[in-house]
Structures are given as structure tokens and as C-alpha cells.
Design a protein around this ligand. Sequence first.
Ligand code: SF4
Length: 194
Amino acid sequence: MNEKYEESFDSSAELVTEPASCEKYRPALEYTFFQELIDNLPYALMTLLGSTVIIIGLKSSWWGWGLAILYAMYSITGVFWIILFLCPYCHLFNTRSCPCGYGRLAARWRAPKDSRLFREKYKKHIPVIVPLWFIPPLTGGIMLIKSFSWLLFLLLIIFILDAFMILPLFARKYGCTHCPQKDACPWMEGKDTI
Ligand code: SF4
């Protein structure tokens, strides 16, 4: 932790208003609205594909549709969960340097918090959304074993490619690689960003 940054915290206050002026923590890149939109595409695609896998896997039954809608609602709730409970602890809160735009959205509803707690909050809140990556493969996989379908198989492959390869790669190469706090982030720890 940079000394100047540490000094910007009032020892008696929990909230942090502005980080100290410091090159190390001044984000180098600012994203346009269009770039923020692009950054959100893999997650949106994962939600769409995941819901479709559930619908097709469950033979377009009413409960298949019901579960797919629940999955999509869970995915949207997950976004707001991160915005409300993680972003306030981020150095990129309320800046245009957050690649997906969540940081600016978070500032509408939350005050900035002590960014020294970011790592702890990341480990606490990211697991809330992790099941989104596993519900469709589990549902689709079970249904494939019960009754094989090429359409479901293809959808599953595309979902897995998007959720487990494109989305993490996109996050690392497009966004996190420019993040000034990547060294302190559990997601980026030990990962090559070049
Ligand atoms: S970089 Fe991540 S944690 Fe930081 S404000 Fe953006 S979405 Fe939130």
C-alpha cells in the first residue's frame, strides 16, 4: 500500500472520500460508454446462453422457462450485488477507469468505502455469483446424459467457451490489465497481464 494513499485515511473514519493524488493509483486509462458496453458483452452472453441451455435442456417445458427466468434474474441480481457491495471498496469507484462502468453506477447508491478492505470484500462477495458459471453446465450436462441432443451439446460448448475462456480472458486483457490495484486483487494475483 502506497504511503501517500494510506495517509489519506482518517484513522477515526471508515469512509474514504478521495485517494491521495498519486501517479501509482491514478488510473491510466478511461473508458468510453461504448467500451463499457463491450466489456459487459461476455457476461450478458453468458446469461443469455445459460438461460437458453436451461430452456432447451428442459425441453422448453414451463418449468424450464421458469428456471431460465430465475437464472437470468440471479445473473442480474449478481451484477447489482457486486455494484453495491464490492465496487464501493475499489480504487476505481466513481471513475471512468472501471472497464465495465459498475464503479460509476455504484456511486449513485453507495458512498466510497475503505479501499484497503477491497481484497477481503472481493473474497467475500465474488462467491455469491460463482454458481452462475456452473448451473447451466450442470443442468445441460445431466439432460445430455438423459437424452442427447446436438443443439444442447453445441449450446453447452458455446456457453463453456464464453464463460470459462472468453469472459476471463476479456476481463484480464481488456480491463484488469490497466487496473492500478491488480497487484492487490485476488482475481489477478500471479496472472500474466501482457
Ligand atoms: S473495477 Fe470491478 S470492483 Fe472496481 S469499480 Fe469496476 S466493477 Fe467494481
